[in-house]
Ligand binder design. Structure first.
Ligand code: ACO
Length: 316
């Protein structure tokens, strides 16, 4: 499987750390030193559906294909405008295609899970050109009165088109239940169910997430490199989920690898959950940082606790 196109879209509103300090007991120094984040884009008058569609249109154009060439849409989002129908159906409608669509939720690891599903669909000859879009409105599941979580996140959408051919991709996916990251859901008003509606906001045990992220990321990357018969030193770039610069730095220093191998853009995106890797991929693709034959290892981790890695060769 190979990636033949990338696309992305960010909300127009930029929110800096100083903007947050106007209504939160926080400051630029605390946020920047602990997370690396300077600003993030937050949905305001634009919607996650619009963002997802823009990223898909950008991606299809970059892939040099037409909408009719897309024969499957995989959409990853944690929270959006409706429970049913899925966001993928709104995207399909706007794109004007009638291919099968599927919505999935694997939290911040969603892009890796979607790549693995696409790889299986292509190998099973069930699809040839698959559009994967990760569209996240994290600003909707954080409590904007809680400084320990809301400063970490941003909204955004990233997309890729994958197709048959290229070198075999290698995957490692893992889930082990934890309560370190939870966002409650509405229980509805059934007269037979007396469960109270839970807080529909993110609860995070920051230090536990830090430890799980570092441990799982390194283990997953070791696994896919072993499957590919490669060493860490053979990798051109490691694209890690842009959760927090401290996590990325901890992983990189444990592996004793140079900073150049770990591109990052969290400074200006914040943590966009599953969209973070496709957003970074698109930025690197559009600025021609990626060259034919580059060896990439993608690694993501998140609520569940889910984690996953993908080994792939860049090239059309
Ligand atoms: N501004 C100022 N002070 C703050 C803020 C803030 N935004 N948030 C917390 N604090 C304070 C706390 O109140 C506490 O003060 P106290 O000691 O007087 O009580 C102090 O800072 C330390 O708080 P901690 O939560 O212990 O801060 P910590 O040093 O653990 O840093 C952080 C928090 C950055 C989240 C850290 O736990 C971390 O890096 N965790 C990794 C988790 C992560 O990055 N998650 C991202 C989303 S999940 C994902 O994408 C997989």
């Amino acid at each position: 499987m190979k990636i033949i196109g990338t696309g992305s879209a960010l909300p127009h509103l930029v929110v800096t750390n100083d903007d947050l300090s106007k209504f939160l007991d926080t400051n630029d120094e605390w946020i920047r030193t602990r997370t690396g984040i300077q600003s993030r884009n937050i949905l305001s008058t634009d919607t996650i559906t619009e963002l997802a569609i823009k990223a898909c249109q950008d991606c299809i154009k970059n892939a040099g294909i037409s909408v009719s060439d897309v024969d499957y849409i995989l959409c990853h989002t944690i929270i959006y405008d409706a429970i049913i129908p899925g966001l993928s159906t709104f995207i399909q409608d706007e794109l004007g295609t009638d291919c099968p669509t599927l919505d999935l939720n694997a939290a911040c690891t969603g892009f890796i899970y979607a790549l693995d599903i696409a790889d299986s669909l292509i190998k099973a000859k069930k699809a040839k050109n698959i559009l994967i879009v990760c569209a996240e409105e994290t600003s909707r599941f954080v409590d904007w009165t809680k400084r320990e979580t809301c400063v970490l996140f941003g909204d955004g959408a990233g997309a890729v088109v994958v197709t048959e051919g290229g070198e075999d991709c290698k995957f490692r996916l893992k889930t082990q239940h934890t309560d370190a990251l939870i966002c409650g859901a509405n229980y509805g008003n059934s007269p037979f169910n007396k469960v109270e509606n839970s807080e529909p906001y993110l609860y995070m045990k920051g230090r536990d997430v830090f430890k799980l992220a570092v441990l799982n990321s390194i283990r997953d990357m070791e696994h896919v490199l072993k499957l590919a018969g490669k060493e860490f030193t053979d990798v051109t770039y490691f694209l890690l989920h842009q959760a927090n610069m401290r996590i990325l730095d901890a992983i990189r220093s444990q592996l004793a690898l140079s900073e150049e191998k770990f591109p990052h853009n969290i400074e200006h995106t914040g943590n966009t959950s599953s969209a973070s890797i496709p957003l970074l991929l698109d930025e690197m693709n559009k600025t021609e940082q990626l060259k034919e034959g580059d060896v990439l290892v993608l690694s993501a981790f998140g609520a569940g606790f889910t984690s996953g890695a993908c080994y792939l060769k860049w090239g059309k």
